[in-house]
Design a protein around this ligand. Structure first.
Ligand SMILES: Nc1nc2c(c(=O)[nH]1)N[C@H]1C(S)=C(S)[C@@H](COP(=O)(O)O)O[C@H]1N2
Ligand SMILES: [Mo]
Length: 248
């Protein structure tokens, strides 16, 4: 900030000078202004209220059609076996840097206190849809498991493969403990269907669509993202250069 103000003052003074002196002075000044802009951009991101709520909507605002995007069915032998048994044999594993690793059944997830929210999903491909989601807070599940102090990120391991790679995603602890971050087991008042990520999918409402991992099989607390996938924090980040921070 101070740098930018000094740069402005220097720029102002430069206009009083003549000829090449002015040009000489203006060069470095412009550099300083540019670095000031970068600094402001960084500060802005730091200053975003990461705990602010995403907008919620009324039932009559829900989209009549909510598109299925990406994987529509993991279609592996293991997943198909679980699905044909209504996911009775499925367990959500919560592990990594936790004091008490958990294996939760769908019935257990459904019996936990849950949140209901009607939110807008924004996909980078240029479509949005408003839907209702229900499920326990991720933060509550992480408290049950007892996150260790070293944990910095939460990784979601999914059942599907896309372009030959396992789908995975990750978020930081601010998003993990955000009051609208839930593991959704129901959508629009019905159990989550296969297209939208059965038996459970992440809803992380301040982030773009690709962060909302479907078909979650495991939740892992880690200190760093280096050892997962190619180390950039998700399938799209690793293979298509998407930003890891997809805040909206
Ligand atoms: N496991 C998994 N999760 C995923 C995807 C996927 O292909 N596999 N696609 C992502 C993208 S790009 C979007 S926009 C949303 C789509 O969710 P929907 O199918 O419920 O609309 O899921 C996200 N989560
Ligand atoms: Mo997306």
């Amino acid at each position: 900030m101070i740098l930018t103000r000094r740069a402005l003052v220097a720029g102002g003074a430069a206009t009083l000078l003549t000829g090449c002196e002015r040009v000489q002075n203006w060069g470095p000044t412009r550099e300083l202004l540019r670095s000031g802009e970068k600094l402001n951009g960084g500060l802005q991101r730091l200053l975003i209220d990461r705990n602010a709520l995403a907008p919620e909507f009324r039932p009559d605002q829900m989209s009549p059609v909510f598109r299925v995007n990406g994987t529509a069915n993991p279609n592996t032998p293991e997943y198909n076996a679980l699905a044909s048994g209504q996911f009775a044999d499925w367990r959500l594993q919560i592990g990594g840097l936790v004091a008490r690793p958990l294996r939760l059944s769908l019935a257990q997830l459904r019996s936990m206190p849950y949140r209901t929210q009607i939110t807008r999903h924004d996909c980078v491909e240029g479509w949005s849809a408003i839907g209702q989601w229900q499920g326990p807070l991720l933060g509550q599940m992480l408290r049950l498991a007892g996150l260790r102090d070293a944990a910095r990120f939460i990784v979601f391991h999914c059942a599907d493969r896309i372009q030959g790679h396992r789908y995975y995603e990750s978020i930081d602890l601010v998003d993990a403990f955000h009051p609208q971050t839930i593991m959704a087991v129901a959508m629009n008042g019905r159990p989550l269907d296969i297209g939208h990520g059965a038996p459970v999918r992440l809803r992380v409402e301040r982030q773009l669509g690709y962060k909302h991992a479907k078909y979650v099989m495991g939740i892992e607390a880690v200190a760093s993202l280096d050892a997962t996938g190619l180390g950039k924090g998700g399938f799209w980040e690793d293979h298509h250069d998407y930003d890891w921070f997809a805040g909206i």
